[in-house]
Every structure is written in C-alpha cells, then in structure tokens.
Design a protein around this ligand. Structure first.
Ligand code: 9UX
Length: 68
C-alpha cells in the first residue's frame, strides 16, 4: 500500500528528517520519504502490519499533524 500524507507543522530539515526516520522505524513501514517543501510524507507500508491510524500516531508523536 502506498499513500501520501499531508503534514502540518514541519519548519526545518531537522523536522522532516526526524519524521522520516521515525516513520521508517515503524513496524510495517517498508519505506518512507518526507519532503519539507511539499509538506508531505510518501509512505509505502504493509497494511497487514500498520494502518493509517498507526502512521498518524508516528506523525503526532513527532509533534506534527496529518492534514485531512
Ligand atoms: Mo528544526 Mo523541527 O530545529 O521540530 S527540527 S524546527
């Protein structure tokens, strides 16, 4: 499964690289790439191991929000 999440609250390259690192550490995430300019995260994940709520949890734990 592939999705693009719109992310609110990222201010610098540290923000985007932290979020990218944390998403990639989440069980079930196959690969994650976060763009500061686009304010977005592209995530490829195994939907039997993690769902959108699980991804949102990672984003919120990093101090950001997923924009609906
Ligand atoms: Mo940059 Mo983001 O110093 O939480 S890492 S603002």
């Amino acid at each position: 499964m592939k999705t693009t999440l719109k992310i609110a609250g990222m201010h610098c390259n540290g923000c985007s690289s932290n979020l990218e690192k944390m998403l990639n550490r989440r069980k079930g995430v196959l690969s994650a790439s976060v763009s500061l300019e686009d304010a977005a995260a592209q995530v490829e994940y195994d939907e039997t191991q993690v769902d959108l709520d699980g991804l949102r949890e990672v984003v919120e734990n990093c101090g950001f929000d997923v924009v609906e």
